[in-house]
Design a protein around this ligand. Sequence first.
Ligand SMILES: [Zn+2]
Length: 258
Amino acid sequence: MPLSDAVAAARILGDPSLDLAILAEGNTSARDTEDTFWVKASGFTMREITEGGFVLVNFAPILKAFTGDPLTDTGVRELLASSRAQETRLMPSVETFMHAYLLSLPGVEVVGHCHPTAMLSLLCLEEAKVFAQERLFPDEIVCCGPASAFVPYVDPGLPLALAVKNGVEEYVTQHGSVPKTMWMQNHGLICLGKNVKEVESATLMSLKACRARLGMLGSGRKIVTLSQEQIDRIHTRPDEHYRQKLLWEIAAKASQDI
Ligand SMILES: [Zn+2]
């Protein structure tokens, strides 16, 4: 169910032991119908969020803002309020624009956004874009894609959503598919998936890759990344796709067994 998916993704990203988000950082969303989606309400903490911390929003008015005249802060607040598809006092997150756009992409049903400390250590370095495009080990390709899209720093809200749209379009031109992961300069990570498990795998594997890279940078030794040929081979190997599917099925069964 889309609402329980949005809650489950938020609980995972808000788990304090993972160091992905603290306080009200981050947000998640899930497509509900062709016309609506659930998104985290403003001000909620992901670690203890329940279904009551999400708002049902209409796609159409939010997506329309991408092509309209620039909005003032008041205009943004009014649009977010009027886009709600349910009676509620809650306000959708200011990142609702970004979520609406990403959930409108083919094959994307769940979106998770967080601010992992280990990733911020890399996102605030000059080489962040290069790091986003490189791959260090095979499972990073399987879970996070052959590269991550990169989004330069901009203000939150609609400007960020427009920058995310640009980042996706650049990625699609280069790789011919929608990205699984997006690195946002001086900000954080977005993971896109067909379900919660895909978002979880992409988030945790991105975190692992960042921690590994930090260890390498700390060693002062030369880093060996995978070549484009090696990346392409793993990305297109059928057995890797089988392993990826198996990984999610095992993870889904484990969470049902708890
Ligand atoms: Zn953020």
